[in-house]
Design a protein around this ligand. Sequence first.
Ligand SMILES: Nc1ncnc2c1ncn2[C@@H]1O[C@H](COP(=O)(O)OP(=O)(O)OP(=O)(O)O)[C@@H](O)[C@H]1O
Ligand SMILES: [Mg+2]
Length: 245
Amino acid sequence: MLCISITSGKGGVGKSIICANLGVALSELGYSVALVDADIEGATLGLLLGYNLNDDATLHDYLSGNATEEEVLKRVSPMLNVVFGSVQLTALMKELKLDRLERLTSWLKERHDLVLIDTAPGFEEDAFAAIKASDAVIIVLNPDILSVTGALKVRIVAKREGKHILGVVVNKAGHEYDIPTEELEAILEEEVLAVIKDDPTIRNSLLEGTPLVSAYPHSPASQGIKELAEKVIEKLHHTGREASG
Ligand SMILES: Nc1ncnc2c1ncn2[C@@H]1O[C@H](COP(=O)(O)OP(=O)(O)OP(=O)(O)O)[C@@H](O)[C@H]1O
Ligand SMILES: [Mg+2]
């Protein structure tokens, strides 16, 4: 129904952790979700969801024209499907047609309530392609000035592409010198959808290869991600009402 890309501009702010766990949280709320790992050079959703790719077809095979939509879509749980990215260096040597991403997300949207794209950091071709292939974006940042700069840039790019900005997610929060949420909203002129705590439990979930919201549902970051899931659903219904009204 709706495709949202998880963007940031700056790298390492927590896009992939949020994408994977938001996908799990939304599927646990009863929504059918597809995730796409569109970080072409740095795919991590397989690791985050504890999925062993073996010889499975990936997004790279789809973009190089060597696999169909059905072949690349993996069922992780009854309500959660994922198109993983290859972690093999050889996959990057192939000629990838990034404009095929849009065809994939259209196909996925027809079959799911929500499609979430994990995007590459920066403003290279793959990050643009992900934004183009989505209807809306969520901007992830950390409450520091370096990450705000990236967020401001990605906001401009998304707006220029005519994409709806669902809002901002503040991640790794809870420190003394954090930029306050109201200030972030004022600088970015966007709503903060959720504030996710800097949470060491994430390391345990990474070691165990299990998503945080499943392994540690009561941890501070899981709480923030669940709040984000509720907010996304609220926005989804609002967007649906707008479209039908
Ligand atoms: N809320 C959090 N609390 C503690 N650590 C976190 C949190 N969110 C993310 N991290 C850690 O920050 C690092 C970067 O996270 P992640 O890979 O999700 O970021 P990213 O934005 O996807 O990075 P990239 O731009 O390289 O794709 C990881 O080591 C992750 O465990
Ligand atoms: Mg990432």
